[in-house]
Design a binder for this molecule. Structure first.
Ligand SMILES: [Cu+2]
Length: 481
């Protein structure tokens, strides 16, 4: 079980080093979210990696509703410790939703509310945030709004937004980083009628793939304190294979790594057709050969395996970790799916009436580095910005740290569009409606525009490198009528 005190283990280690070495380049390089983790074989965890492509890709099971009442689907699952197999034949103690290292997938329909009861069977408080969900404040998993051990909580998800690849994870104050690292993550796939009508690949050909890194101690336990997390897991397994038919698949790629930037390519530069991002479908498909996903970002791509001869092995690679997942094209199949030229127009963007600045940085002068937004450490009782419901705002996001420190930016309750990055066009990875973006070192003014509809109350915004948010890089907005 995670020790509450261990949440800042990374900070403590780095802090000790800081005291003796000041802000050395070594620390910058090793701090999570500094330069991408270096993968030295000597540091590749105490357990050796299994042979590549020796385990199949698991698909997380769907969570079945326990009832449907008046058009509302009712779900229930546990937040519970469990022993799982991640590395082959190695037992690993994890924190899970429903006993699975990648929690059960909740499938929901736009216009059809869902009620989910989470039963906390841990010996510590936990909660649930539906990442990308437009939900009332009391259902958003505010960091101090937790489920005590032995208690349960109903979360109401109105599903009043367009279809999108969402995910759910713990957000308990100061613990989210370790809790998510230990396995409290799962998919929430929202579909709307218009999307269904597009005939994109569906059913078994619509595959959620949760990517995250990990380190293991010699006893098989997840090593949270390690700076280096050499294993990149796909749906909780190292370098799995996936047998596919020679037809189109929709792959829902999620980077659920705590503090990681993925640069993904397929085969020898094969094209992936991006159809969606954080907030759902793009206006039109976009051909991509490399996808960059910072922590918590999602991209949905369609890959047509009919382009490869039967018997082909097509490898998804990360620029740092190497091979991630191998697709084995093993059979023919009929393919009624298609990728239409028009997917879903973006909603209108009303003129912004408020502009705000958010600078993300560490206080590196302290014994223990703390995360800050605009120079303030997170205080759940302090409102940093008051936002008028229904208003549209432009936020200028800056990375205030020295070279080597990357950050991400995540806003709860709504989606935004990226207007520009330091005066230049957004990247291809910024396309569509976003809730999380990469804010690398040197980024000083990433402008995003958001509208805050429907709900009032207090929500957080933060760096989604979870070691950073747990160290205080988080703020509070209060949306008022
Ligand atoms: Cu950060």
């Amino acid at each position: 079980m995670p020790n509450r005190r261990s949440v800042l283990a990374l900070g403590a280690v780095a802090g000790g080093m800081l005291a003796t070495a000041k802000v050395s380049t070594e620390i910058v390089a090793r701090w999570p979210g500094g330069a991408n983790p270096r993968l030295s074989p000597a540091a590749a965890g105490a357990l050796a990696a299994p042979p590549p492509f020796s385990v199949p890709l698991p698909i997380p099971r769907d969570l079945r509703p326990i009832a449907t009442v008046a058009g509302v689907d009712i779900f229930r699952t546990d937040i519970t410790p469990a022993t799982v197999e991640i590395l082959p034949a190695v037992r690993t103690r994890a924190l899970t939703f429903g006993g699975q290292f990648v929690g059960p997938t909740i499938r929901a329909r736009t216009g059809r509310p869902a009620l989910v009861q989470f039963v906390n069977r841990l010996d510590m408080a936990a909660n649930v945030h539906l990442h990308g969900g437009h939900v009332a404040a009391e259902n958003d998993g505010f960091p101090t709004d937790v489920i005590d051990p032995g208690h349960s909580r109903w979360y109401t998800y109105p599903n009043s937004q367009p279809g999108a690849t969402l995910w759910y994870h713990d957000h308990a104050h100061g613990m989210e980083s370790e809790d998510v690292y230990r396995g409290l993550h799962g998919f929430y796939l929202l579909e709307d009628d218009a999307e269904r009508g597009l005939q994109l690949p569906r059913g078994e050909f619509d595959v959620p793939i949760l990517l995250r890194d990990a380190a293991f101690a010699a006893d098989g336990s997840l090593d949270y304190a390690s700076f280096e997390r050499p294993f990149l897991l796909a749906n909780g397994r190292p370098q799995p294979f996936f047998r596919v038919a020679a037809r189109k698949y929709r792959l829902r790629l999620l980077n659920a790594g705590n503090t990681r930037v993925l640069r993904l390519t397929l085969g020898d530069g094969a094209t992936m057709t991006q159809v969606g991002s954080d907030g759902g479908l793009l206006p039109a498909p976009v051909a991509r050969t490399e996808i960059v996903l910072a922590s918590a970002e999602r991209q949905d791509v369609v890959v047509d395996f009919a382009r490869f001869p039967l018997g082909s092995q097509v490898v998804l690679r990360d620029a740092t970790a190497g091979p991630v997942l191998r697709f084995d094209v093993v059979r023919q199949a009929a393919d009624p799916s298609r990728v239409p030229a028009v997917l879903r127009p973006l909603p209108p963007a009303p003129a912004a009436t408020v502009t705000r600045d958010v600078t993300m940085s560490f206080d590196l002068t302290r014994q223990m580095p703390v995360g800050m937004l605009n120079g303030h450490v997170f205080d759940p009782n302090r409102v940093d910005f008051t936002v008028k419901r229904g208003s549209t705002e432009i936020w200028r996001i800056g990375n205030g740290d020295p070279p080597g420190f990357d950050h991400t930016f995540h806003m709860h309750m709504t989606h935004f569009r990226v207007l520009d990055r330091d005066g230049a066009r957004p990247t291809a990875d910024d396309a569509g409606l976003k809730d999380t973006i990469y804010v690398p070192a040197g980024a000083r003014n990433v402008r995003v525009q958001a509208t805050f509809p429907n709900h009032t109350g207090r929500y957080v915004y933060h760096c989604h490198f979870l070691e950073h948010s747990a160290a205080g890089m988080m703020g509070v907005i209060e949306i008022v009528p």
